[in-house]
Ligand binder design. Structure first.
Ligand code: ZN
Length: 157
């Protein structure tokens, strides 16, 4: 599949990554699907629940909360997720995928990212080096084998 986003959405994702540096930012991509094309209509910024260690550990525990923090992990609040899905439905849109940033790390999915990914969804990653957004990539799980494969991003107008 191809993920189509516009310049303003791409810019918004990069700016969110820069704004939340050195923490990871996260958000959801809403849009519609037409054959092999996922057309992003809105990139919705969400808060990274890993900032709240206690709540995050309750929802999705990590092995080492001292090392796995908001600086290298993100967690979307299930209540935010529900709210966004509801809003999307009301607007006739669907969740196409998610985005998050990699502060001072390349825009490649980590093992953790892969383990927590769902089939079909697009996972956009923006690398942020010393506070400046660099590369934006997109990934999707292979239909078999659970590997992350690059997904083409088409940036329009
Ligand atoms: Zn990641």
């Amino acid at each position: 599949m191809v993920l189509r986003i516009n310049q303003a959405q791409r810019e918004a994702i990069c700016q969110h990554g820069a704004r939340d540096y050195p923490s990871e930012c996260c958000g959801v991509l809403l849009g519609d699907v037409n054959g092999e094309l996922k057309h992003v209509r809105d990139a919705v910024a969400l808060k990274n629940l890993r900032h709240d260690v206690n709540q995050a550990q309750e929802l999705l525990p990590v092995d080492d909360p001292a090392r796995e923090t908001e600086r290298n992990r993100f967690l979307i609040d299930p209540l935010d997720q529900l709210r966004v899905e509801k809003e999307a439905r009301a607007r006739g849109l669907e969740v196409l995928g998610y985005y998050h940033s990699h502060p001072d790390h390349p825009a490649r999915p980590s093992a953790y990212d892969r383990e927590h990914a769902w089939p079909w969804y697009s996972y956009v990653i923006v690398s942020v080096e010393r506070g400046i957004a660099k590369d934006l990539t997109c990934w999707a799980l292979a239909e078999e084998g659970g590997m992350f494969l690059p997904e083409a991003v088409e940036v329009v107008g």
